[in-house]
Write a protein that binds this ligand. Sequence first.
Ligand SMILES: [Zn+2]
Length: 171
Amino acid sequence: MSVLDARTIAQVEKEALNVLEEFQIDSLPVEPTGLAKCKGYRVEYRDLSEENFRGVLSDRKIAIDSTIESSSMKRFIVAHELGHGVLGHGTSGYYNESSEYDVPCSEREAMANLFARALLMPKHYLQKAVEIFKSKDGNSSYSSCEEYLSDIFGVTERRVRDRLEECELGI
Ligand SMILES: [Zn+2]
């Protein structure tokens, strides 16, 4: 699934953890916009749909497509662009995922996506949340564990599934 080698994966996971530790993040959901600001990035919303971008990083500024309605998606894109910044990728764009060029195949895109997942879904919290859901064993208002995790981490269920898989937290 991943185009990244084990060393790169470990490095990206560490960078995300460093940001969480630097700002002593200990509650959920993680707020990527606040973290981006703490790291010295300005976050602004404008209509990028014409250019077919969902998010753009330039210098110390992150622009997010204001036409995106899902807050989970917006949060992910902020975290993704912050990833490019923290990982030293410089200027970069996030291509509109609804286009036919859906799959981010380049190494840098895969790294930024991994950074975003690791930032928004820290492994130790994910592990704990899965255990909590399992302990409720059916007496939950959620229809699935993915739905529950999606709600508490503020990400889409698709991102939850990707993260569970890479953390080897099969449910
Ligand atoms: Zn990107």
